[in-house]
Design a protein around this ligand. Structure first.
Ligand code: MLT
Ligand code: ZN
Length: 475
């Protein structure tokens, strides 16, 4: 593709505005910003702008409006759906928020943290810990994903079952609107009924309505007692049965409740150094139960032992290990966290980030697994994930020996196959990864009519020139 013409003087003006640290134009420097973690897309861009503060973000946005330059907003670039990479036109300016990386405030009385968009999620977790609190959002990419990104995609992760999604962890926002105005909505209030809850518009909008530059986040009391168990369970229903037993004992203690299939654990054992079969016999279904309480005397280990003993007697749990130390707990969590990497190393895989009502997870997994194997004989379903909130990654691994390209050419058939069943079970085609670029063509079918129409009108009202993250979310 020939180089797209750069609007006259744009790069010089950006350079004058942002200085040499704030603008990348060398192809080698830009390259990491043009492709996604999954290598689904390879885009092109005019340059990468790296503003240092909110005022600079606003100035870049005004310049983009003046010159008609589309902006691709980027945080940690860990999107699973191509949400943070520019298209192939070469007309986009990538706007990276990496330098907006200050924690402006951390208040253990208000239980809030005000963090800029480029703060890495792990850094925010650590800052909360230093303040004697907890910021509970937790996901595999937390060492790279940023606050702006997790809010813009309303990320979920491992602790949704207890603390909700990113949206529920946000009290206020600062946003650069598409016309370059700065909206300071950094209110740290638990009660604020003053018209439309504008802040919620930008959470999950994936940068298509404006750029989140900072946020007020909710913190929680830090855990003082924890327990972690990895269990082999009889089947998917048994996984839910165990979930219910733990919740009945102490709902507030269940911090995460994750499902893994035997195939997913096998891939981790095969490909990831330091991971071995966790129990004496291989199982077809596992759950990871993570308990935490701010009460030092919560007795979670005793509680876990009692629940597991009961569940074993009933045949729901077949075998289990309770972590003896924090180090062992981390080791067990690693089996779950390395699932995406292990699947990548096994070959080509197609991700289906779907959700259904929790009660329908067993039926969803079974029906999807059977339908997928029928669709592509020899393929290997790898369902895993956040069973406690109904979000399963109904991923499919290629048949051994098949050309990965041939398998990936069937991606849309695979997604359609899963989505048809998920739809039948009143679920969603995108639970926590968002729409990005990958799923825009599903929006009409799933959200078409009044809902999509309203979304388009909101977009047109806020961003009439369509310059904010074009090609993402809306078809
Ligand atoms: C995870 O929970 O590990 C990811 O969201 C799932 C995936 O990579 O499919
Ligand atoms: Zn997930």
């Amino acid at each position: 593709m020939p180089d797209a013409p750069t609007p006259a003087g744009l790069l010089d003006r950006l350079h004058a505005l942002l200085g040499p640290r704030g603008l990348l134009t060398d192809p080698a420097d830009i390259a990491p910003h043009l492709s996604d973690w999954r290598a689904l897309y390879q885009g092109r861009a005019l340059a990468v702008a790296r503003p240092a503060d909110t005022a600079e973000v606003a100035a870049v946005v005004r310049l983009a409006q003046e010159t008609g330059t589309p902006i691709t907003v980027q945080g940690g670039n860990t999107s699973m759906v191509g949400g943070a990479v520019p298209d192939e036109s070469g007309r986009h300016l990538v706007l990276s928020l990496a330098r907006l990386n200050r924690i402006r405030d951390c208040d253990p009385v208000d239980m809030t943290m005000t963090a800029e968009a480029g703060v890495v999620l792990k850094t925010a977790q650590n800052a909360a810990q230093e303040a004697g609190c907890l910021f509970p959002l937790s996901l595999g990419a937390e060492g790279t994903a940023t606050i702006g990104g997790v809010l813009s995609t309303n990320a979920g992760g491992n602790t949704t079952v207890r603390y909700g999604n990113a949206r529920e962890l946000m009290l206020g926002l600062e946003v650069v609107l598409p016309d370059g105005q700065i909206w300071n909505g950094l209110r740290r209030l638990r009660k604020d009924n003053t018209g439309y809850a504008l802040r919620h518009l930008f959470v999950g909008a994936e940068g298509t309505l404006g750029i989140v530059t900072a946020a007020v986040l909710r913190m929680f009391p830090r855990p003082r007692d924890t327990a972690l168990a990895l269990c082999a369970v009889a089947d998917e229903e048994a996984a839910l049965g165990l979930f219910r037993r733990f919740r009945d004992r102490d709902d507030s203690a269940v911090r995460a409740f994750e499902y893994m299939s035997g195939s997913g654990v096998d891939f981790c054992v095969k490909h990831i150094e330091g991971i071995a079969q966790p129990l004496s016999d291989r199982a077809a279904h596992y759950v990871l139960v993570d308990l935490a309480s701010p009460r030092p005397d919560a007795g979670l280990r005793d509680m876990a032992e009692a629940v597991l003993a009961e569940a074993m007697e009933e045949g729901i749990v077949l075998d289990a290990v309770l972590a003896e130390s924090e180090a062992q707990a981390q080791k067990l969590w690693r089996i779950r966290e390395e699932h995406p990497e292990a699947q990548k190393r096994e070959g080509a895989s197609v991700k289906n980030d779907v959700s259904v009502p929790v009660s329908k997870v067993p039926e969803m997994i079974r029906r999807c697994s059977a339908a997928l194997v029928e669709l592509i004989p020899g393929s290997r379903p790898v369902p895993f994930g956040h069973i406690g909130d109904g979000n399963i990654h109904m991923n499919l691994e290629q048949p051994p020996g098949m050309d990965p390209a041939v398998f990936l050419a069937r991606s849309h058939d695979i997604m359609d196959c899963v989505n048809a069943i998920v739809r039948d079970l009143d679920g969603s085609f995108s639970a926590e990864h968002g729409i990005g670029r990958l799923k825009t063509d599903m929006m009409e079918e799933w959200r078409g009519g009044a809902e999509l129409d309203a979304m388009k009108r909101i977009k047109a009202a806020l961003d009439p020139a369509g310059l904010m993250n074009p090609g993402k979310v809306l078809p």
